[in-house]
Ligand binder design. Structure first.
Ligand SMILES: Nc1ncnc2c1ncn2[C@@H]1O[C@H](COP(=O)(O)OP(=O)(O)O)[C@@H](O)[C@H]1O
Ligand SMILES: [Mg+2]
Length: 308
């Protein structure tokens, strides 16, 4: 059984419009999205800004209501669970946010920040709590004294490590990382990513790793879903996606990745033009008459793409 299953998940917001100020639904931001995460897997959800990645994450966390569909964790439908058992189950799902500046309360010291989830779920004595917080802080590579300091006293990379320590405090099974390094300097991104990979293996975490950067996802994930306008256009293993991309949108994203080798830059630029041209011409192969991404179909056991 997959650890997490999204079935036809649809999230829609409303807006007030017209002279009668009526509430109208907007087009779905997440549109009948289905995906599965297996135990211990690193799944990369990739797509351009605005395609619905964070909305999907928030839906899993129970922060966005579903207009349609189901989210199953260990086989149980989260939205149908009683509040108290749902709360207990949510202990198993933790999230790391994009911006470690705004996701940590500036008025709390690190001890209180990391202890917050523990206080919500576990009855620990002060000494037990201190021991646990110190272990967590050291595990994420900060020194034990840092628990008395405040978020502004740390660098961006260190702050993200504090966020990770807080997310790990309850030993979750599933970690959702929403663009965890996008707000960090390029020089510390690799450090934090390597560290997250280590943590994933050590804690046998299942991870939903959200990113707009195909380069990062390649380094981090086992499987990838490419999202466009609230739907998946392609899903597969690293090899499927990077070596045998099927959907033109995936090819376009790959062609837009920066080329590090100067000798290959011209070739890459030509490829980019060719794919863009192809994309304009072949549009109707990938979208229905209303512009909606068509259903994915199976290419191999691991590889799916939204092709007619
Ligand atoms: N609470 C909300 N109300 C209305 N629109 C929203 C809300 N949250 C997100 N959106 C819209 O949904 C779309 C997808 O947003 P988001 O999931 O944040 O994209 P991503 O994380 O992929 O960049 C955007 O167009 C955004 O404006
Ligand atoms: Mg986002």
């Amino acid at each position: 059984m997959p650890l997490l299953q999204l079935r036809d998940v649809t999230v829609q917001f409303t807006k007030t419009a017209g002279c009668l100020r009526r509430t109208m639904p907007t087009p779905p931001v997440v549109d009948q999205l289905s995906l599965q995460l297996h135990q211990g897997e690193m799944y990369g959800l990739v797509g351009e800004s605005g395609c619905g990645k964070s909305t999907t994450a928030r839906a899993i966390m129970g922060l966005n209501q579903l207009a349609k569909g189901q989210i199953l964790f260990q086989g149980d439908d989260l939205s149908k669970m009683h509040r108290s058992s749902r709360k207990l189950r949510m202990k198993e799902i933790q999230m790391i946010f994009q911006d470690p500046y705004s996701s940590l309360n500036p008025r709390k010291n690190v001890w209180n920040i990391i202890a917050e989830p523990l206080r919500n779920f576990e009855r620990l004595t002060r000494a037990e709590e201190l021991k646990k917080v110190q272990e967590l802080v050291e595990r994420v590579g900060l020194n034990a004294e840092s628990i008395y300091q405040y978020p502004h006293q740390f660098s961006g990379g260190q702050r993200q490590r504090i966020g990770i320590a807080r997310a790990l405090a309850l030993r979750p099974q599933l970690l959702i990382a929403d663009e965890p390094v996008s707000a960090l300097d390029v020089s510390v991104q690799a450090q934090v990513l390597n560290f997250m990979k280590e943590i994933q293996e050590e804690f046998d975490l299942t991870m939903l790793f959200i990113s707009h950067d195909l380069g990062i996802v390649r380094h981090m994930c086992d499987r990838i879903g490419i999202m466009y306008k609230g739907r998946l256009v392609e899903e597969g293993t690293i090899q499927d996606i990077y070596e045998r991309p099927s959907h033109l949108y995936t090819k376009r994203l790959l062609a837009a990745m920066p080329e590090m080798n100067p000798e290959k830059r011209l070739e890459k630029m030509k490829q980019r033009f060719r794919i863009n041209e192809e994309y304009e011409l072949a549009n109707e192969q990938f979208f229905d008459s209303s512009g909606r991404v068509v259903e994915m179909r199976k290419i191999t056991d691991t590889h799916w793409a939204a092709l007619k």
